[in-house]
Design a protein around this ligand. Structure first.
Ligand SMILES: NC(=O)C1=CN([C@@H]2O[C@H](COP(=O)(O)OP(=O)(O)OC[C@H]3O[C@@H](n4cnc5c(N)ncnc54)[C@H](OP(=O)(O)O)[C@@H]3O)[C@@H](O)[C@H]2O)C=CC1
Ligand SMILES: O=C(O)CCC(=O)C(=O)O
Length: 416
């Protein structure tokens, strides 16, 4: 099932559980605005031209400015960006931060582009969407294949048109008003979410065996913090390869290796593993932290983990959800589990609006408070609606957005 069909299906199930009016249901599902930049043309370093297609989908602004990352990946396409934008709407509502949802992306392979080509591409894309984003309208952030430098280029290009505007993006470098702790925030939030879930099952991270797919921003921060808390990471993968070590991988050594070699491939602290098999490796807790749709009916039956923490967005197809639920596997859904990133993005935006920098301890403490509260709220919905954690999170998010929508009425236009 494609990402949009899967996300729509989960939304509709939640709308039924909540007993939403069918017209309200439809209006919540349809995106506010879809932008397709058909021509992002840049001169490459060799002088030839290259054209890329970019997207920004603004899904909903009932609870505040639309918010979500920008992804650079060869598989970026319309339906997936739509699904990711919709997930952002429910995610910001689950986290209870005053935002709606959006997502963007450019179909490109960032590994194949030089830094100057990436800069030109980012600036051209920003020129074509600058009138539609803004501090109180739509605030982009990093996602797969983008990072603080990408946000710095967007900020700089946007500021040429609108004056210096640090709050127009989050996840930017700290030299430009980025928040301390944002880089680690999604991975740290994943760890707080994991602790909340394990605590609910009378367990702790220490001594649990983890498998992590993806060792980029989210996967590597989650691995580092789990390792520090005594969790044993027995297998890890990225796009260059996978390794396993039943005694636990030395994560600080792996982080150094990845920094020097730009990937896991060639690391000697474990045995190499077929990356296709990482999801079915023996472990207690599986953390997908890379692509969407990778847990599906082809592999769900073979998954050994008892818990799945969705650090990636929509890693689990609905068919796999059903299979895993019958096996008794507990899934902590993306719209809660990876909400630490957007939560600290909110703190960054607040700091920019206030013109005041928080210290990192305050950022991390506030993040823990938000993640812990959101887990309790999700659990409450599970009890009220007798449903699993995914539907608990969806009903929580959809209900908050529905209430805001009805309360505001239907005359809403451009500004949030
Ligand atoms: N960054 C954030 O704040 C947030 C991110 N997310 C989600 O988390 C996930 C990861 O994002 P992020 O860490 O930022 O992205 P990054 O680009 O930093 O890292 C992505 C990682 O996934 C790896 N990868 C790509 N393809 C494969 C594959 N086929 N098999 C195994 N690994 C693969 C990459 O490997 P390589 O480096 O070798 O290419 C890299 O290690 C995404 O789903 C994203 O939407 C969710 C919330 C917030
Ligand atoms: O930090 C943000 O604003 C958004 C992060 C994001 O794209 C996500 O949570 O999927």
């Amino acid at each position: 099932m494609n990402a949009l069909a899967a996300t729509n299906r989960n939304f509709r199930l939640a709308a039924r559980l909540l007993g939403l009016d069918s017209k309200l249901e439809k209006s919540l599902l349809i995106p506010f605005r879809e932008i397709k930049v058909v021509e992002c043309t840049i001169p490459q370093d060799d002088g030839t031209l290259a054209t890329f297609v970019g997207f920004r989908v603004q899904h909903d602004n009932a609870r505040g400015p639309m918010k979500g990352g920008i992804r650079y990946h060869p598989e970026v396409e319309h339906d997936e960006v739509n699904a990711l934008a919709q997930l952002m709407t429910w995610k910001t509502a689950v986290a209870n931060i005053p935002y709606g949802g959006a997502k963007g992306g450019i179909g490109c392979d960032p590994g194949e582009l030089s830094t100057s080509e990436l800069e030109r591409l980012t600036r051209v894309f920003t020129q074509k969407i600058h009138e539609l984003i803004g501090i109180h309208t739509d605030v982009p952030a990093p996602d797969m294949g983008t990072g603080p430098q990408t946000m710095a280029w967007i900020l700089d290009e946007y500021s040429k048109f609108h004056g210096y505007s640090p709050a127009v993006v989050t996840g930017k470098p700290t030299d430009l008003g980025g928040s301390l702790g944002r880089d680690a925030a999604t991975g740290r939030g994943v760890v707080f979410a994991t602790e909340a879930l394990l605590n609910d099952h009378g367990k702790a991270i220490s001594g649990q065996k983890f498998v992590i797919q993806g060792f980029g921003n989210v996967g590597s921060w989650a691995a580092r913090l789990i390792h520090e808390k005594g969790g044993k990471i027995v297998a890890v993968s990225d796009a260059t390869g996978a390794i396993k070590n039943r005694n636990g991988i030395d994560i600080p050594s792996l982080l150094n290796h990845v920094k020097e070699n730009k990937g896991i491939n060639g690391f000697h602290g474990g045995d190499s593993l077929d990356p296709e098999l990482i999801l079915v490796e023996d472990c207690d807790i599986l953390i997908p932290a890379a692509l969407g749709g990778i847990i599906n009916r082809e592999n769900a039956n073979d998954i050994k983990a008892k818990f799945i923490i969705e650090a990636a967005n929509h890693p689990t197809d609905p068919e796999a959800d059903e299979i895993l639920s019958k096996k008794g596997v507990v899934i902590l859904p993306d719209i809660y589990a990876n909400s630490g990133g957007v939560t600290v993005s909110y703190f960054e935006w607040v700091q920019n609006l206030q013109g005041f920098l928080w210290d990192e301890k305050k950022v991390n403490n506030e993040l823990k408070t938000y993640m812990t509260k959101a887990f309790k709220d999700v659990k409450k919905m599970c009890q009220s609606h007798n449903c699993d954690l995914r539907m608990g999170a969806f009903t929580l998010g959809v209900n908050r957005v529905a209430r805001a929508t009805v309360t505001r009425g239907y005359g809403r236009g451009w500004e949030a």
